[in-house]
Design a protein around this ligand. Structure first.
Ligand SMILES: *[C@@H]1O[C@H](CO)[C@@H](O)[C@H](O)[C@H]1NC(C)=O
Ligand SMILES: *[C@@H]1O[C@H](CO)[C@@H](O)[C@H](O)[C@H]1NC(C)=O
Ligand SMILES: *[C@@H]1O[C@H](CO)[C@@H](O)[C@H](O)[C@H]1NC(C)=O
Ligand SMILES: *[C@@H]1O[C@H](CO)[C@@H](O)[C@H](O)[C@H]1NC(C)=O
Ligand SMILES: *[C@H]1O[C@H](CO)[C@@H](O)[C@H](O)[C@H]1NC(C)=O
Length: 631
């Protein structure tokens, strides 16, 4: 029954008779389009934070998970014996360190390696590296990037004078001149065993960073942020997602455990089955958005964990206070307790927060019944202290919301669907109350039309997202923001697929899915006003939206959700343009991009024609395109 239904749905789309469409774009009037429409959603999932966008590339560097398996990220060099030592903690947060016992001969070049997240990236550029060591040693220590067969790519020598009394930190920059496509490169520390008068040395919290974005210490990978920024999004929703909520109240994302020197951050078990080091913490998120010049949509914990536990009424008060402390840390001046704490970490100037989302998907996992009261309690506290911040409720479901939403509140809705389901939602917002602003905080086509889970987006799925996004943009007077999710995955360590883009440890592995290119096409080519369009046929299989900038550039977005090529003619009566170009994403409908195998990317061609006679373009099956008309 299910199979028959999806066949019928598919057929109804595929046999549409139109082979050509003529659109006429009005130059007059139009609604203002939300300037923030296309942005990003981020949480640490599929190693998108640790092992992904965060710059630190050594795995289990603080043994935070506390399991024996964390030793698997390490390898002995020169016959040493490695063990996890709890008797020599670095700090009260980093309680486990690596004991490196010399071989019995107590001579030779010895040490240990860290294998990173399925390999350490070796990409030409300047790395920074550091480690703590305890134990008596006086002499040189070499820190290298090496192939798994022992071939050294680059080395830096550090003079180390350490004692058995305490941990001392050593660091260096490491210029890397070679890029490697291998997936099993390592970072390694080697030294002369004869110079270690103790039979072992303890190493703690080793760190390795490729070039970071804007050169920040404990920063983000510059290559990953640049790849993200290429999309052209306007905001970042963080730190979750389910990873904000926690599987239990105890494992929620707790802002105050993610700040300060990394050796003071204990990390926590994230929602997505692995331990987060929290080296990507509150300040790192704020630098991320500040350095990219995008807005914060910060989510705060709303008294509900994924196991269904909720905290309400007076019991919620301490958590509301905690949110106010968090906001004081971010926004307070240095005369405040938490503003002063921020300054003590090197950031004197307060940050800017424009949007706060209260919880995540509070309609789910037993959160609905209590959300109205939890939302109201948290809203009242934040709004009283920060009336200019726009507050977002994490569901549009009226059953879970206060009967009257306070003026100015936006609501968030999420969709993980099959392609045909997205196409059916094309006009979802057409009749929505114009007084009720919408944030589509997560969406992605995650399975094909038979229901089979997609591993990595193909053109059919991405085209269906484009159809849905055209519906969003047509309604972007009230659809204020939208963000695809999840954002990023480490290809070898993913817990959820598909994601927007991904990487592995090899050079050149950053890979945009077909959906990445749809996001980029849409975010990078948008006007400030939505223009009325008349046409000689109804929507489907071709969908469109037109917008114009104040300077008079017109963008006509097009998607062909069908199996036959469509000819589309676009006229803009009364206008005239000096150039017309088509940015087209097309290819085999069921093809996906993979690392080192990217076959579907946009192409740009110029289009002949005129505003009055029209510009005619050809849209292959499942193509997504933007016609750009410039004065
Ligand atoms: C070791 O691996 C590197 C990198 O893959 C390679 O260039 C080199 O030829 C290998 N050396 C040996 C001896 O196999
Ligand atoms: C963080 O705040 C919680 C209260 O929400 C408190 O129990 C905990 O001790 C704080 N952690 C640190 C490191 O200050
Ligand atoms: C929106 O309202 C119009 C006019 O009442 C109606 O024709 C149309 O079907 C509605 N669209 C949706 C998607 O409900
Ligand atoms: C502007 O918004 C109204 C709904 O408030 C809608 O009816 C109209 O079609 C929109 N105009 C354009 C050009 O999108
Ligand atoms: C991504 O993570 C989820 C949640 O941990 C897991 O269920 C899924 O199998 C993972 N996906 C892949 C492709 O590894």
């Amino acid at each position: 029954m299910k199979g028959l239904l999806s066949t019928l749905l598919f057929a109804s789309v595929a046999i549409h008779p139109a082979w050509s469409v003529t659109l006429s774009v009005s130059t007059a009037g139009g609604n203002a389009s939300s300037p923030l429409l296309y942005g990003y959603m981020f949480e640490d999932i599929n190693y998108s934070g640790d092992g992904g966008i965060h710059g630190q590339v050594l795995k289990d560097n603080g043994f935070q998970a506390g399991t024996a398996a964390t030793l698997n990220a390490y390898a002995a060099v020169g016959g040493t014996t490695l063990s996890i030592d709890t008797a020599n903690p670095l700090t009260t947060a980093i309680t486990r360190t690596l004991k490196v016992a010399n071989p019995s001969a107590n001579s030779g070049t010895v040490g240990f390696a860290n294998k990173g997240y399925n390999g350490v990236p070796v990409i030409a550029g300047t790395y920074t590296t550091s480690f703590w060591v305890k134990g008596t040693y006086s002499g040189n220590v070499a820190v290298s990037l090496a192939a798994s067969n022992g071939t050294i790519y680059n080395t830096v020598t550090i003079k180390v004078q350490s004692t058995s009394k305490q941990f001392t930190e050593f660091g260096a920059t490491l210029p890397v001149t070679y890029s490697s496509t291998a997936l099993d490169n390592v970072w390694q520390v080697t030294y002369d065993a004869a110079l270690a008068t103790d039979s072992s040395l303890n190493f703690a919290l080793p760190q390795l960073f490729p070039a970071t974005f804007k050169g920040r210490s404990n920063g983000l990978r510059a290559d990953v942020v640049n790849f993200l920024g290429d999309i052209g999004g306007t905001f970042l929703r963080w730190p979750g997602g389910n990873n904000l909520e926690g599987n239990t109240i105890a494992t929620r994302w707790a802002w105050n455990e993610t700040i300060g020197p990394v050796q003071n951050r204990p990390g926590h078990l994230g929602t997505w089955t692995y331990y987060n080091t929290d080296a990507l913490g509150l300040l790192e998120y704020l630098y991320w958005t500040q350095d990219m010049g995008i807005k914060n949509v910060m989510a705060v914990w709303a008294g509900h964990a994924l196991n269904g536990d909720v905290v309400t009424g007076a019991a919620l008060d301490p958590y509301v206070d905690d949110i106010l402390n968090e906001l004081e840390f971010i926004l307070g001046d240095t005369s405040t307790q938490y503003g002063a704490l921020r300054a003590s970490y090197g950031q004197v100037e307060p940050f800017t927060i424009d949007f706060i989302e209260i919880g995540n998907e509070e309609n789910l996992a037993g959160g609905c019944a209590s959300y109205a009261s939890r939302f109201t309690q948290i809203y009242n506290a934040i709004h009283a202290a920060y009336p200019d911040i726009t507050i977002i409720a994490s569901t549009t479901d009226t059953a879970c919301l206060p009967s009257t939403l306070p003026a100015g509140v936006w609501t968030d809705i999420h969709y993980y669907l099959q392609p045909n389901q997205f196409v059916k939602l094309f006009n979802e917002w057409d009749n929505w109350s114009r007084d009720w602003p919408i944030f589509v905080g997560e969406y992605a086509s995650t399975s094909d039309n038979s229901g089979a889970k997609t591993y990595w987006s193909d053109l059919i799925g991405s085209c269906s997202e484009a159809v849905y996004m055209i519906g969003l943009e047509r309604n972007s007077d009230i659809v204020k923001m939208a963000s695809f999710a999840p954002l990023l995955e480490h290809f070898d360590l993913a817990q959820w697929s598909p994601d927007l883009f991904g990487l592995d440890s090899s050079a050149g592995s950053l890979t945009g899915s077909t959906s990445y290119y749809v996001q980029k096409l849409f975010a990078s080519n948008k006007g400030s006003t939505i223009k009325a369009v008349t046409s000689d046929s109804a929507f489907g299989p071709v969908y469109w939206v037109a917008s114009a900038t104040d300077a008079g550039t017109y963008y006509v977005k097009l998607a062909n959700y069908g199996t036959t090529t469509q000819s589309v003619t676009v006229k803009v009566p009364g206008a005239s343009f000096g150039s017309a170009s088509l940015i087209l994403l097309s290819g085999n409908p069921t093809t996906s991009n993979y690392p080192h195998s990217v076959s579907i990317t946009p192409t740009t061609t110029s289009v002949s024609g005129s505003a009055s006679a029209g510009y005619t373009v050809s849209l292959p099956q499942y193509a997504v395109a933007v016609l750009v008309l410039k004065k």
